[in-house]
Design a protein around this ligand. Structure first.
Ligand code: HEM
Length: 410
């Protein structure tokens, strides 16, 4: 290994996050376990009722059998979650089956798995271990994504948006028309043209960083972009630790155009656009919460840097309250018409309100993890061959300097 590689390796090693148990997570874990048990109970009851009806189909006393959910509940009146890519049959490998269960919401999309000690970067042992290099990338991203107060900064925000803008360029209608490309394939950074699309304005800096990381660490761009989007979320105080899988295929072919949402689109148009990606309204509601960290630069250039809630860089649920207009709205907050439209649509409103109410944080984190896993797998047709590397992610954090104050971005 070259000296520069060794120095980089050692300095990153020293920066690796401690994976020791983390105070404040207990409640979240308990909440996750409670919801898991509830989910299992609901499914068990549905199966039991179905059995009873099958045994005595003409018994007028037998209760009506509810639809037995194949997977978890989308709880928005839409159909149960559907499988995608090469997991249509539920997966053929252990990892494929795990991802399939996360997509179906029967297994958690968050995890606190930790305790990984990687071999030294550049060694044969590291090359043989798929997750090894990602531990060093994780250390570099922790440095890049956190500001001095412990909140997530502009690179984290851009990374979250970049993950969406790469993956969001895939749809079922396109696939059915023989255009099963786009999606989470790295093309936003690898094609020469995608970055010039107006909707990708503001992503140039983070793409520059992604190219440097790709060169330094020699990993695929599609994985790097999705890993960064997931890492950026857990870099924000209160952000969930979403399970991370690597092994996507890169493509430099320009993704299909017209599949990303517009800030002035109607609720009907936005909901259809996401339904076409297998993302129902409640999952869209969870994903839009990413605007809790965000800032706008191009919707109203006169208000460059205006955040979408009063706590930019914090993964809290204030965005949901302030978009609904409940409570005082700080004057620097800039609400997107698209967020207001979805918040007030009957297909999303109850979920929007439940994220903004008591217990909303853990409910939202759980739903975001499920919805983002789905988004990060759009257009991916080799999930059976991926590797889970969640163990390399930093632990979630609950504190930051200035909590409870009106915040300026950093
Ligand atoms: C209806 C769907 C959506 C619309 C219309 C929308 C629209 C926008 C707009 C207009 C901006 C500001 C860009 C600028 O002027 O600089 C923005 C920023 C952002 N969006 Fe979305 N978005 C949507 C969904 C999402 C989703 C699904 C995610 C992630 C899961 C996401 C993550 C972000 C982030 C993190 C930023 C902040 C970027 C920064 O601060 O530099 N958005 N979005």
């Amino acid at each position: 290994m070259k000296l520069s590689g060794l120095v980089l390796s050692l300095s990153l090693m020293s920066l690796l996050e401690s994976t020791a148990a983390y105070p404040g997570m207990k409640n979240t874990i308990q909440e996750i376990q409670r919801r898991d048990v509830e989910l299992r109970e609901r499914r068990f009851l549905a199966r039991e009722q179905e059995k009873r009806q099958a045994e005595a189909p003409d018994d007028p006393e037998a209760p009506e059998a509810p639809e037995a959910p194949e997977g978890g509940d989308n709880d928005d009146g839409s159909t149960a979650p559907v499988l995608i890519g090469d997991l249509m049959d539920g997966g053929t490998t252990p990892v494929g089956k795990t991802i399939a269960r996360i997509l179906m919401k029967t297994e958690q999309g968050q995890s606190l798995e930790a305790g990984y000690k990687p071999p030294l970067l550049g060694t044969q042992a590291c090359k043989k271990d798929t997750c090894c290099v990602w531990q060093y990338i994780s250390a570099a991203m922790t440095l890049a994504f956190r500001g001095p107060s412990g909140r997530c900064n502009k690179y984290a925000r851009q990374a979250i948006r970049l993950g969406f803008h790469d993956a969001g360029t895939w749809s079922v209608p396109n696939k059915n028309a023989g255009k099963d490309f786009g999606g989470a394939d790295g093309s936003i950074a690898l094609s020469k043209t995608e970055i010039n699309r107006a909707e990708n304005n503001g992503l140039q800096d983070i793409i520059g960083k992604a190219r440097v990381w790709q060169k330094t660490f020699g990993v695929g761009m599609a994985d790097l972009i999705q890993f960064a989007a997931i890492h950026a979320v857990v870099s924000c105080p209160l952000g969930p630790r979403i399970r991370v899988f690597v092994g996507r295929k890169d493509s430099s072919k320009e993704a299909p155009d017209g599949l990303l949402p517009g800030v002035n689109d109607s609720a009907d148009k936005l909901i259809q656009l996401f339904e076409d990606k297998t993302i129902p309204p409640h999952d869209l509601t969870a994903l839009l919460g990413a605007h809790t960290t965000s800032e706008q630069f191009f919707v109203d250039p006169k208000r460059k840097g205006a955040p979408q809630d009063g706590t930019p860089g914090v993964w809290d649920t204030l965005f949901y309250n302030q978009t609904l207009g409940t409570g005082p709205l700080p004057k620097q907050v800039f609400r997107f018409p698209s967020d207001i439209a979805i918040a007030n649509d009957p297909r999303a409103r109850s979920e929007w309100e439940s994220f903004s109410g008591p217990g909303g944080q853990s409910h939202w984190n759980e739903d975001y993890a499920w919805a983002y896993t789905r988004l990060s797998m759009l257009g991916v047709n080799n999930m059976n061959n991926m590797t889970e590397c969640t163990k390399v992610l930093p632990m979630p954090q609950t504190t930051f300097k200035g909590a409870g104050e009106l915040l300026k971005s950093e």
